[in-house]
Design a protein around this ligand. Structure first.
Ligand code: ATP
Length: 332
């Protein structure tokens, strides 16, 4: 066990994700129960720069395991991209006597963590950072799963199921835009789960005729009278796709952009349980004297990986899921 680990900071950064609170709770409780002091840092890296912190005890995390959002708030912080901003953050760490930080967020958050730890090393100081992956995009290379993904999928599915009822009654076409600027995990998992007619994702170059018009035509031939098109925001605008469908086929699609609703809500069992284990493992890594690691899941088990190595990893959407979707759509 690390002799030097006495006080840790905890922050959430980047886009919020349901389950972040469960991770915060797990970190705080594990730390306190192992004799560490805990400092909450508000609004991600900007809280570290501006000295926005508070001591956390066991009761600071009462009744949050079931809540979406993050009690620590989250932010994007342009100042942290510069060495000058990070120097201020390092000064706060020194003032607080922090030996370690648990940073909960996406890959941007971890890039920030890596930049911070490098700068700390250059300055001859000691501070280690452990990252916990939380983003509804599920796009962290070193981890099969990221906190928030399951809840976001379920939220989108619930909304689309409701849309489906009315689309079916009116025999309409619905175009639904889900989040995912660079990754189609959410769109594809949701598309499979709602039985979408077509799913458009950034990883698969869209051929409008083949991927939309022909799919609707085939479904129609098979007797379907309502159509559900799911679009990841990075694959195109739902409004534009709706207009193109109207132009090409003459039907009048209804367009829904789910937007930030996908980020909220009570975390599912999967997100609470994963967040709890990841938060626990993050503190265990710090206590074991491991520095600059990112917690991840691989083959159902938790891992911790060197931050630099982890950030170099790319995560590819298995296109086999796209094949499954194709195989399950109605064709005339
Ligand atoms: P999400 O995946 O939900 O967007 P994220 O953690 O990737 O979450 P970002 O906005 O990309 O969100 O990053 C969060 C913050 O991390 C940034 O606002 C910035 O302060 C810091 N950050 C990102 N990249 C770097 C970098 N290369 N160097 C230093 N800090 C960085």
């Amino acid at each position: 066990m690390s002799e030097e680990m006495k006080r840790i900071g905890i922050l959430t950064s980047g886009g919020d994700a349901p389950g972040m609170n469960a991770a915060v709770r797990a970190v705080v409780r594990t730390a306190l129960n192992n004799g560490l002091e805990c400092v909450g840092i508000r609004r991600g890296w900007s809280g570290l720069i501006n000295g926005d912190f508070f001591p956390m005890d066991s009761s600071s995390v009462n009744h949050i395991i079931n809540k979406g959002g993050t009690i620590l708030y989250t932010a994007r912080c342009a100042e942290f991209l510069d060495a000058e901003g990070r120097t201020r953050a390092i000064a706060t760490c020194k003032l607080l006597g922090l030996d370690g930080i648990v940073a909960i967020g996406g890959d941007g958050t971890f890039r920030g963590a890596l930049a911070l730890s490098r700068q700390v090393a250059e300055m001859g100081q000691k501070l280690v950072v452990v990252g916990v992956p939380a983003t509804i995009d599920n796009d962290i290379g070193c981890s099969n799963y990221t906190i928030g993904f399951d809840t976001a999928c379920n939220t989108a599915i619930e909304c689309i199921d409701k849309l489906r009822d009315t689309m079916q009654s009116h025999e309409r076409c619905s175009v639904v835009e889900v989040m995912g600027r660079h990754a189609g995990f959410l769109a594809l998992y949701v598309g499979i789960s709602v039985g979408a007619t077509a799913v458009l994702i950034p990883e698969h170059e869209v051929d409008f005729q083949r991927d939309v018009v022909e799919k609707i035509r085939q479904a129609r031939l098979a007797g379907t009278t309502h159509f559900m098109i799911v679009v990841a925001e990075g694959a195109g605008s739902a409004v534009e796709i709706g207009a193109r469908i109207h132009e090409a086929i003459g039907i009048d699609p209804r367009v829904t952009v789910l937007g930030h609703i996908q980020r909220g809500g009570a975390p599912t069992a999967r997100d609470r349980e994963t967040a709890s284990r990841m938060g626990y493992e993050a503190v265990m890594a710090l206590l074991a004297g491991k520095g600059n690691r990112i917690i991840g899941t691989r083959d159902g088990r938790l891992t911790d990986m060197d931050m630099e190595e982890a950030l170099a990893m790319e995560k590819k959407l298995e296109m086999y899921r796209y094949d499954v979707l194709e195989a399950l759509t109605a064709k005339g």
